[in-house]
Design a protein. Structure first.
Length: 110
């Protein structure tokens, strides 16, 4: 879901590392990644709130629209943001667990 929608790749995976399974998603050469883990012994139900946001800035309009389209095509649902700021220049999407991704059609302030 996240790989196809956000053009990420699986950087690494692990299984049963002290009872945890996980996968790291990102892009080669960047100094960050997203890590999704699951505990085999103590499963945790997802508990997202509408303010748990993963925000991406895409200043190029065509790139922004393409990313929004890919999110929808890969199972993310478009939702109204709790904070109206994110709906002014962006779109908010929820994954199948309810966690939210914002694609902002702006540049990150420097």
């Amino acid at each position: 879901m996240y790989c196809a929608a956000l053009s990420l790749v699986v950087l690494a995976k692990f299984q049963d590392h002290q009872g945890f399974d996980g996968v790291m998603l990102g892009r080669s050469g960047l100094d960050y990644h997203f890590e999704f883990t699951q505990c085999r012994k103590h499963p945790v139900a997802p508990t997202p709130t509408c303010e748990d946001l993963l925000v991406f800035y895409a200043p190029d309009r065509a790139e922004w629209e393409s990313t929004c389209d890919r999110l929808a095509e890969n199972g993310f649902l478009r939702v109204t943001s709790l904070n109206p700021y994110w709906d002014e220049q962006g779109r908010t999407f929820a994954d199948s667990d309810g966690y939210r991704v914002v694609i902002q059609n702006a540049a990150w302030p420097s």
